[in-house]
Write a protein that binds this ligand. Structure first.
Ligand SMILES: NC(=O)c1ccc[n+]([C@@H]2O[C@H](COP(=O)([O-])OP(=O)(O)OC[C@H]3O[C@@H](n4cnc5c(N)ncnc54)[C@H](O)[C@@H]3O)[C@@H](O)[C@H]2O)c1
Length: 277
């Protein structure tokens, strides 16, 4: 038997129209799953609908809105009768990069709705459909490596990503007896529309990436899809309440990297901030 065959399984992905969510949706579809995607951007809805084919449910909606979430999950229930895998992928720093003391209430609220409350709302609404399928279900959240270290000027985003760590731990306990596992994937910088290291990092500094990340590159959406397949499959049958650091070893390295002569160092030898600004 193929451990990564998802034939007959129903997989729900939020924000499945682009980036990490899109790669995850396509990876499951390629392995036989029936897909339900919630996506806010109409053009991306159309695009992912074409890629996944007519068997997939693609709903144009905003998972930060309670009414949209309830309607989407109700549609999933009517169409498929249950959920085997829920991937809470939506999350965004929303372009808010500044010292915490200058955050507006409205910015804090939007960051909360996008990065945490959407996960609360979607997961809570979906649990009855996961229970309906019996043991074997899997809930995933796309967190961030920023859930395990600080990030200056993105304090609220980082705080909400840290909260996901606690959410999966506690919910895993509640749902363990039902045979439903709950885990997170915590990516380091991954090339998507939201984060573009290929454009953000000045050309003269691109070469340093190889020496900064132990596995010598930034992430790709396919890296996240690989982790999602593992965490949703029987290969991880005894894994719950945890997060996978999907980071090429960056967190393990902490302040360590290699200098231009490829010697390991934890003292600063690069001048400038390395960005295009
Ligand atoms: N790209 C990175 O470097 C990186 C690093 C760490 C964590 N992450 C996390 O990975 C996840 C995916 O990030 P990405 O880089 O692929 O993002 P992305 O912005 O490239 O893609 C997100 C998708 O979700 C959709 N979306 C956004 N808000 C939505 C909403 N309210 N309702 C429905 N759909 C919505 C967008 O239209 C888009 O298609 C996020 O949780 C993000 O925080 C990304």
């Amino acid at each position: 038997m193929n451990d990564l065959d998802f034939t007959g399984k129903v997989v729900v992905v939020t924000g499945g129209g682009a980036g990490i969510g899109r790669a995850i949706a396509e990876a499951f579809a390629q392995r036989g799953a029936q897909l339900a995607v919630a996506e806010i951007d109409p053009a991306r809805c159309q695009d992912v609908g074409k890629a996944l084919g007519e068997a997939a449910l693609v709903t144009c909606c905003d998972v930060t809105r309670r009414a949209d979430v309830d309607a989407f999950i109700a549609e999933v229930g009517e169409r498929f009768g249950g959920i085997d895998v829920l991937v809470n992928n939506v999350g965004d720093f929303l372009g808010v990069i500044k010292p915490f003391e200058f955050y507006e209430d409205e910015e804090l609220d939007k960051l909360y709705q996008c990065n945490l409350n959407s996960i609360f709302m979607v997961t809570r609404a979906a649990i009855p459909l996961l229970r309906a399928r019996g043991p074997g279900g899997s809930i995933l959240a796309i967190s961030s490596i920023e859930a395990f270290r600080g990030i200056p000027n993105c304090v609220a985003y980082s705080a909400f990503k840290h909260a996901i760590t606690g959410f999966v731990r506690s919910l895993a306990l509640e749902l363990g007896p039902a045979g439903i596992r709950v885990n997170a994937i915590a990516p380091e910088t991954t090339e998507t529309d939201q984060v573009r290291p290929s454009e953000l990092i000045a050309e003269e500094h691109q070469a340093h990436t190889r020496r900064w990340i132990p596995l010598e590159r930034f992430g790709t959406p396919a890296d996240a899809a690989g982790c999602a397949l593992f965490l949703a499959s029987g290969l991880s049958a005894w894994v719950t309440g945890t997060s996978i650091n999907l980071d090429g070893g960056a967190l393990a390295a902490a302040g360590w990297y290699r200098d231009p002569n490829d010697l390991w160092t934890n003292v600063p030898v690069v001048t400038g901030n390395g960005f295009n600004f």
